[in-house]
Design a protein around this ligand. Structure first.
Ligand SMILES: C[S@@+](CC[C@H](N)C(=O)[O-])C[C@H]1O[C@@H](n2cnc3c(N)ncnc32)[C@H](O)[C@@H]1O
Length: 397
């Protein structure tokens, strides 16, 4: 068997070229500071206080570089600890940080199971790692032990339905290629995958593209020796067992049953989210913000008019123009296609979002009375925030 460590030494994932840092910044979820503030700190973190960050299983550095660069660009203090088993992945992450002149990161080669030995952290990023541990619960518990009071965790684990077809192939390849080195496995598996019939569950699964993008992507998806997926009930269970509570999915609308069909009366939240996952059918990963079980903090809501809204993935001007013309706004996320619709009178509020004005200031700028503002803002928030396109944060202040 190729161990997880050996795999990521042979195929650091995702495949990245440090020279590309000059051209673009990769951003995403979890672990964008705006998103962290929105879900974990009520949208009003005091960013003058240094943020202690752990990137657990940081790989080739996507989450790490995003965190370090966004904090640097915002001029906010932080100390980042990177830990990964793979020295080859670490070398790529270090080169990317160097290319950007990011000097807030300390690199370690080691296991996240020892996370608490590196300190106590206000935020822990663990993207695409826990489902590769022999005992994922041990990983969740180790990260919990490294969390400082008031902190939170952003993580991603695989989800089963959007990955349909993957696990039978992983098992078959595991049985076929036992004892072979990674490169030989890859060559043989590529041949087999190329000749799968169109109706094979993997070939028919259009949600999955990693195997088409790079050798590392193919290996990670189909030749992994240690990989499991979590449906919503399994996820809630492992979190509860290890001292975590689901604060929110990064895009709660995906799990909102009432956006798909009528939610039966009396159905609890956990069952409703589990049912939504089954009905969506295309969710291939869960992106989650978690807090300690006993912590009852709330996510940011616009009922607090001191909060500062930010748009993500769309610029205020073009969005406001489209809304003003009554245009429907198509959105595709995790294989789900939806259309956002906002009344035309929401356009001036959207146009006033600039990442610096508070909601109170936007209300004043638009000259609306509190009732009219509140009605319009509630529609904007419901449409945009739950799809991850609107976040509250004081980061830009
Ligand atoms: C799929 S990659 C994800 C990398 C990165 N977090 C990202 O999202 O791009 C998984 C990473 O987890 C690392 N890893 C696996 N088990 C680990 C452990 N016990 N401790 C630290 N890193 C681990 C691997 O070496 C690999 O770099």
């Amino acid at each position: 068997m190729v161990t997880v460590h050996e795999q990521y030494e042979a195929y650091p994932y995702p495949e990245r070229d440090p020279a590309d840092e000059a051209k673009r910044l990769i951003t995403g979820s979890p672990s964008h500071p705006l998103e962290m503030d929105h879900f974990l700190w009520g949208g009003c973190r005091d960013w003058s206080q240094p943020l202690r960050l752990l990137v657990a299983g940081g790989g080739t550095g996507d989450g790490l570089i995003q965190l370090a660069q966004v904090m640097k660009s915002a001029g906010k203090p932080c100390e980042i600890t990177y830990v990964d088993l793979s020295t080859a992945s670490r070398a790529v992450a270090e080169a990317r940080a160097k290319a950007r002149g990011l000097d807030t990161i300390t690199f370690h080669s080691g296991s996240l199971l020892d996370a608490a030995n590196y300190g106590q952290f206000d935020y822990i990023d663990c993207c695409g790692v826990l489902h590769h541990l022999p005992e994922p619960a041990e990983g969740f518990a180790a990260l919990r032990a490294a969390l400082a009071p008031g902190g939170g965790l952003g993580f991603m684990v695989y989800a089963p339905y959007g990955r349909s077809g993957v696990y039978p192939l992983q098992e078959a390849f595991g049985a076929l290629f036992d004892g072979l080195p990674p490169q030989e496995r890859l060559t043989k598996a590529r041949e087999i995958v190329a000749s799968l019939p169109a109706g094979h569950p993997f070939a028919a699964n259009t949600n999955l593209t990693d195997h088409q993008q790079s050798d590392a992507g193919f290996y990670d998806l189909l030749l992994h020796g240690q990989d499991r997926a979590y449906d919503v009930p399994d996820l809630l269970e492992v979190m509860a067992q290890t001292g975590w509570r689901l604060q929110s999915f990064a895009t709660p609308a995906l799990y909102d049953l009432s956006r798909i069909t009528t939610r039966p009366e009396g159905m609890d939240d956990a069952q409703a989210m589990a049912t939504a996952e089954k009905l969506r059918g295309t969710i291939k990963m869960h992106v989650v913000y978690a807090v300690p079980s006993e912590d009852d903090r709330k996510i940011a809501k616009g009922s607090n008019r001191a909060l500062i809204p930010h748009l993500r993935g769309v610029a205020a001007g073009p969005l406001a123009q489209a809304v003003a013309k009554g245009k429907p706004l198509p959105l595709t996320l995790s294989g789900t296609k939806t259309t956002l619709t906002l009344p035309k009178d929401c356009a001036p509020l959207i146009a006033a979002i600039d990442g610096r004005r508070s909601l109170g200031q936007i209300a004043t700028a638009t000259g609306l009375d509190p009732l009219s503002f509140g009605t319009r803002w509630a529609k904007i928030e419901r449409e945009l925030a739950d799809w991850g396109m609107l976040l509250f944060s004081t980061l830009g202040r």
